[in-house]
Structure formats: C-alpha cells, structure tokens
Design a protein around this ligand. Structure first.
Ligand SMILES: Cc1cc2nc3c(=O)[nH]c(=O)nc-3n(C[C@H](O)[C@H](O)[C@H](O)COP(=O)(O)OP(=O)(O)OC[C@H]3O[C@@H](n4cnc5c(N)ncnc54)[C@H](O)[C@@H]3O)c2cc1C
Length: 465
C-alpha cells in the first residue's frame, strides 16, 4: 500500500484536471460526510453518492434514534422512583406509536441538516447506489463520474443468523420501525446493540429474553462491568441467558417459537437478531478494481486509510477498525488533511472512549484490567461499588461501580471503567485525562465535585488488586 497522498491540486491544476471531481465518496454516513465536507473546505471538488438516507447508520438506524429510545425507556423507572420523592400521579401509560412518530420527525429533520451541511460546503449530492468501475470512475444513477480519488465509506450491515427460521427475525434496521411494542421479545446476541435493546424494550414494558451463545456478554469490555451489568439486568427482570444457542425459530400463528439447542423453548412475538455487523463491500466493484479486502470483507487500509489501490481510500465501519461514529468522523477528517491538506495524518485509534447505553449504562476508556495485565504485567486496581445517592430514598437495589486500572511502574492510569447512570457523560471527561497520560497521583490530587458519582474516581484510595 502506498504512503500519504500528494497535496491538493492548485486552482490552475484543477481547471486542467481531466476528472469530474477531485474526490467522489461512496456513502454519506458519519465518515463519508465528514471526509467530503472537510475535503471541500480545503478546496477540493467533491461529490458524494448515497443510496439511502443522508447521515447513514448513526442518524437513521443507529446512535441517534437508539439514544432517543433509551431516553423513552428510562421514564418507566423514573415514574416508579418519583413517589419516594413525594410525587404522585396517575398510572403512566405509554404510546409507542407517538414515540416512533416523534423519533421519525427528528430523524427527518437531521436528514435535512445533513443535506444543508453538504450543500453549504459545496459538495455535490448524488442519489443512488454507487459502484466502482475503475480506480478513477464510479457508476451511479446511470452516470459515470470520474475523480482523482475515490473514498469508500459504505459502512456496515447487520449480519443475519443462519439457523432455520432466521427469516422470522428482525435486525437493528427494522427494530426502529416496529408497528407496536411487542409484548414478548427474544434478543439474540451479546454485543452492545443487543444489550441496549434489551434495556430499551424491557424499560418500555416488554418481557425480554436475551440469548447469548458465549459465557458472558459484552466481550472486550472490563469483566467487572460485564458481570455487574448482567447482575443488574437480572435484578430488573430481564431473562438473560448465557451459553444459550438458538436452534431454530418457527412461526406459530401470531407468535414465534424459539427453540434452543438445549431443547428449551420460548414463545415470543418478536425475535431481534443482533449478532454482529459486516462491512458493506459486496458488489461495489472493489475486487475488480484491485482493492484488497480482509477475510471478513473489510477494505484493507494502511495507517492513512489508503487501500491497496493508490487512488482508492476507505474510512469508517467498512474498514472494521473501531466501529463507532466519532471514530469514522475522525478518520474522515484525517483523510481530508492527508489528501488535500498537504499534511499526511494518521487517524489515532488509541484510548477511544465508548459507552453502552444499557440500564445502568457503561462508560469506558483505556485498557480493561485483563488487557492491562497482558500488556503491562504489574497493574494496580482500584474499585468501588455503592448504591447511588438517588436510590437511598427510592430503595431501588442498584449498584454503581467505578474502577481504575493503573500501571504499577509508572502510576499512569491505563483504564477508567464505570457502570452506573450517566457513565458515558462521566467517562468522556476522564478520557481527556487518560489521553494526557494522567497518573493516579494526579487523579488523587484532583478535588471532587460533591455529591456526585464522578467524584468517586478521584477518591479511590484502596487497592483491591
Ligand atoms: C443500532 C446501532 C446503534 C449504534 N450506536 C452507536 C452509538 O451509540 N455510538 C457510536 O459511536 N456508534 C454507534 N453505532 C455505530 C455507528 O452507527 C457507526 O459506527 C457509524 O455509523 C459508521 O459510520 P460510516 O460512515 O462508516 O458508515 P454508515 O454511517 O453506515 O454510512 C454508510 C452509508 O453508505 C451508504 N451506502 C452503502 N453502500 C452504498 C453504495 N454502494 N452507494 C451509495 N451509498 C452507499 C449507506 O446507505 C450509508 O448511508 C451504532 C450502530 C448501530 C447499528
């Protein structure tokens, strides 16, 4: 693979250029939109092709609608807890159709915002499915468009299960458009999307069974958080089953029967398969153009997001590096600087913070305890678990957990992990400290904000391991 690209063309060179554009982007999702806008702001002539809705997965069937549903699902507990604080009100009722309609209105507004952002940046928008015809040509909507550089930002797509009856399952794409709240749901999968929808649907009132084939869900997260969240979800009444493999799904009248490999059966109204996502690279003309793909279909890229074909680049989920919106955006911005800014920029994938919007939420940055031990050997672990102040009155049995993983040799904080309300909000701030290489002593020297959960991170004094 080649190194960083040449700088942007000068205005004169551009006038002489034989291509229609300097950059054509396939896919107007998080990564594609940022790369396109940033490139245009550096003077490049840019077009972006989108076959579905502007904003991609995050805006339409990902982060944003998901978080709105998470908010919706929290109210059930808030109504219950309110009485301990002296409130009384009638029995709450939920109108699922109203929630979906309001969510759809907001998503449509965001689609319009994305259109304006691209228009204002001078990026040409082309509707339709794009396919690469050769290293400098894209076919879309019956047109052949040429460009100096092509950017593949086509994202990922839910993997469908292969067990018999898989056609009866929905994926995360469809769950956002359910006609009503299913009374009983089986969620197959143990990644963050499966976990979040277990919380959403349970909170809205469905009976939720989450079935994961492995011994513990949320692989890759710190083990204390994984175990802690499983315990919390079970306390709330989610039927969480590990080592549970689906053998088949059958339709029985209006219901679906899920049969597990151990012979157990469940009757539900909806099966949500959230078993992973795969890069969208099929039938894009990539192999024909000579672009190397990884075994799982992801575009293989170098540290600058360049593929094996020098004029073809890729960012976001289609490269399967870290599949999160801010990472796709970061890769897109770095790419614009590399190609058109005269400043070759490698996207930085270290210490990327993330959250799981579960009930309660997870927030995390840096190394898990297990990973820190593998990489650094001698690590100190500080951990506290407690009932949040809010629940001293409600009596709700919910445990918040905070944890720091520290390199024993340098005192540097390697990982911050939290299970509890607003974990994402709290960890975002700590991510700055971890990135800056803060030590445990510097955490300790920081005065807390009282009374908060966040202050626990600067008052952890006793090593637990
Ligand atoms: C349910 C769910 C929840 C999520 N929650 C979060 C979260 O809370 N936080 C977070 O950071 N991330 C979250 N993500 C992940 C996040 O959505 C993705 O990491 C992000 O959208 C990746 O951006 P992208 O630009 O790579 O791809 P995408 O946003 O998927 O955009 C790709 C675009 O390319 C278009 N396209 C594909 N093929 C073609 C073609 N041939 N021609 C034209 N257009 C094409 C697609 O229609 C799509 O619009 C979530 C994902 C899901 C599914």
């Amino acid at each position: 693979m080649g190194g960083p690209a040449r700088p942007a063309l000068s205005a004169g060179e551009r006038a002489l250029a034989r291509t229609d554009y300097d950059l054509v982007t396939l896919g107007a999702g998080s990564g594609g939109v940022r790369a396109s806008r940033a490139s245009a702001s550096l003077g490049a002539r840019v077009a972006v092709a989108e076959e579905r809705d502007l904003g991609g997965t995050c805006v339409n069937v990902g982060c944003i609608p998901k978080k709105l549903l998470v908010y919706a699902s929290h109210y059930a507990r808030d109504f219950e807890d309110a009485s301990a604080y002296g409130w009384s009100a009638g029995a709450p009722r939920h109108d699922f159709a109203r929630l979906v309609a309001n969510k759809d209105r907001e998503i449509a507004r965001l689609n319009g915002v994305y259109a304006r952002l691209l228009d204002d940046a001078g990026v040409a928008r082309i509707e339709g499915r794009a396919r690469i015809a050769d290293p400098h040509t894209v076919e879309v909507a019956g047109r052949r468009i040429t460009a100096e550089h092509l950017l593949v930002a086509t994202g990922g797509w839910p993997v469908r299960p292969t067990f018999p009856g898989a056609e009866h399952c929905i994926t995360s794409n469809e769950v956002f458009h359910l006609p009503g709240l299913p009374r009983r749901v089986a969620i197959v999968g143990g990644g963050y999307i499966a976990v979040e929808f277990a919380g959403i649907l349970h909170g809205l009132g469905a009976r939720v069974h989450q079935l994961y084939r492995g011994p513990l869900f949320l692989r890759g997260f710190d083990d204390d958080l994984r175990r802690g969240l499983a315990a919390e979800m079970r306390k709330q009444g989610v039927d969480l089953r590990f080592d549970a493999r689906v053998a088949r799904v059958d339709r029985e009248g209006d219901a679906l029967r899920v049969t597990l490999e151990d012979g157990d059966r469940l009757e539900v109204d909806c099966v949500l398969a959230a078993i992973g996502r795969a890069p969208q690279t099929a039938d894009l003309g990539l192999e024909e153009a000579g672009v190397a793909l990884r075994e799982n279909g992801a575009v293989a890229v170098d540290a600058y997001s360049r593929s094996s074909v020098p004029s073809i680049w890729a960012v976001g989920d289609v490269t399967d590096r870290i599949n999160l919106t801010p990472v796709a955006i970061h890769e897109g911005a770095a790419l614009a600087r590399t190609i058109f800014g005269g400043a070759p920029t490698r996207p930085d994938h270290e210490n990327v913070p993330s959250a799981v919007f579960s009930h309660p939420a997870i927030g995390t940055v840096g190394l898990t305890e297990a990973e820190a031990r593998r990489r650094h050997g001698d690590v100190d672990v500080y951990r506290a678990s407690f009932r949040p102040l809010r629940h001293t009155l409600t009596g709700r049995d919910e445990t918040t957990l905070v944890k720091l993983v520290v390199d024993a040799a340098s005192d540097r904080v390697l990982g911050c992990h939290m299970l509890g309300p607003e974990a994402g909000e709290i960890i975002q701030g700590l991510a700055v400290a971890v990135r800056c290489g803060a030590t445990k002593a510097q955490f300790d020297a920081t005065i807390g904000i009282h009374p908060t959960t966040a202050e626990e991170f600067v008052t952890l004094r006793e090593k637990v391991a």
